[in-house]
Design a protein around this ligand. Structure first.
Ligand code: UT7
Length: 336
């Protein structure tokens, strides 16, 4: 078995910054409510026509990660791409990145696990490195969510939360004979709650033809739906569970963590998790204030920013954890 090492990190967000106050032009909301309930102050949204798509933002983040790894796109052996907002219904966005980067005809795999997407994607890449099948794998999380939101007051419970952006990392075979590795991955799902956080339409059950020809005017299932309180209550249980499961498997405790990088769902959720695990402020990365909830992109964006700020060094114990639609949740325990 080989060890896995993160050798490069990158992120990309669209230029346009949408402050909470701007949202009051579209819906009945206010800065105080958004800050108090979510911690969010601003987020980045694509501008129609600015060329930013989910795959293109993923490609931009990937270019930085590949360069920082000291590699070229031709050195990449596989792409794992996590998103809930792909450019197309099919094919997936991974193949678009393969083309945009000019990689060889390597495999490209799309992961559909929403907020837990990056944790699942990294766990998947880790298996291919550990078995020796591939040496350098690009793992991307990218989302354009703003264009699919209901920006009227009806959709305010969701629209104020989500942001656009991308993050990427290169996971390589550890050939340096040091301790860097992904120590464990723990992944879970509970499909009975699939409809508590979902975007039902269009899909196989309600295909686009139905939407065009006979859709009831008052059925808004083509917008994302979230049972906010219900999701919140599960999140604050599953986050600590997934983190503790990973730590215990490695005989570690929360005090051993140098940096916890949770999926940026809601600042209140992260604070709850921190308190539950008895962790100090410097042990947890929060940047939802600037980016909102960018779903599969939130962990690689936060990880990249933490690394750029010097909050992660080689040998540190870094823990990633996520919870979201599915429900799905999980953790990666990393010796950086
Ligand atoms: O990322 C993957 C997983 N996602 C999550 O983990 C998100 C989990 N859920 C949450 O973060 C929170 O439930 C929300 C931030 C979505 C909502 O916060 P909340 O404290 O649960 O608020 P609420 O839905 O209970 O709404 C409270 C009140 C309601 O008014 P009434 O009925 O009390 O009069 C809402 O209509 O706040 C109202 N409200 C708003 N007011 C101003 C809802 N959205 C807004 C808004 N601006 N944007």
């Amino acid at each position: 078995m080989y060890k896995s090492k993160i050798t490069g990190l990158g992120m990309y967000v669209p230029e346009r910054i949408v402050k909470n106050d701007e949202l009051t032009q579209y819906m009945d909301t206010n800065d105080a409510w958004i800050r108090e309930r979510t911690g969010i102050e601003e987020r980045h949204w694509v501008n129609p026509g600015d060329g930013n798509t989910t795959s293109k933002m993923g490609t931009e983040a990937a270019k930085i990660a590949i360069e920082r790894a000291g590699l070229t796109p031709q050195d990449i052996d596989m792409i794992v791409f996590a998103t809930l907002s792909p450019d197309y219904y099919f094919p997936g966005s991974g193949v678009l990145v393969q083309e945009q980067l000019g990689c060889n005809t390597i495999p490209a795999l799309d992961v559909r696990n929403q907020c837990s997407g990056f944790v699942y994607a990294l766990a998947t890449a880790d298996q291919f490195i550990k078995t020796g099948m591939y040496k350098n794998i690009l793992v991307i999380g990218s989302e354009v969510q703003s264009t699919g939101l209901d920006l009227s007051t009806r959709g305010r419970g969701i629209a104020v939360i989500f942001g656009d952006g991308a993050g990427a990392l290169v996971l390589s075979r550890n050939e340096d004979n040091d301790d860097s590795d992904i120590l464990s991955n723990h992944l879970h799902s509970e499909g009975k709650y699939a409809k508590e956080l979902t975007n039902l339409v269009p899909g196989g059950i309600h295909p686009p033809r139905e939407l065009v020809e006979e859709w009831p005017i008052d059925d808004l299932s083509y917008y994302p739906y979230m049972n906010g309180n219900f999701v919140f209550k599960h999140a604050v249980v599953r986050f600590p569970e997934a983190i503790m499961e990973g730590l215990q498997a490695n005989n570690l405790t929360p005090q051993d963590i140098n940096l916890l990088v949770p999926h940026q769902a809601n600042l209140r959720i992260s604070q709850f998790v921190q308190k539950r695990l008895g962790m100090k402020d410097e042990q947890i990365m929060n940047n939802i204030q600037k980016y909102g909830n960018t779903t599969a992109a939130s962990i690689p964006i936060a990880l990249t920013e933490a690394w750029e700020q010097g909050r992660i060094k080689r040998g540190d114990l870094v823990v990633l954890a996520a919870f979201g639609s599915g429900f799905t949740w999980g953790s990666n325990i990393i010796r950086f």
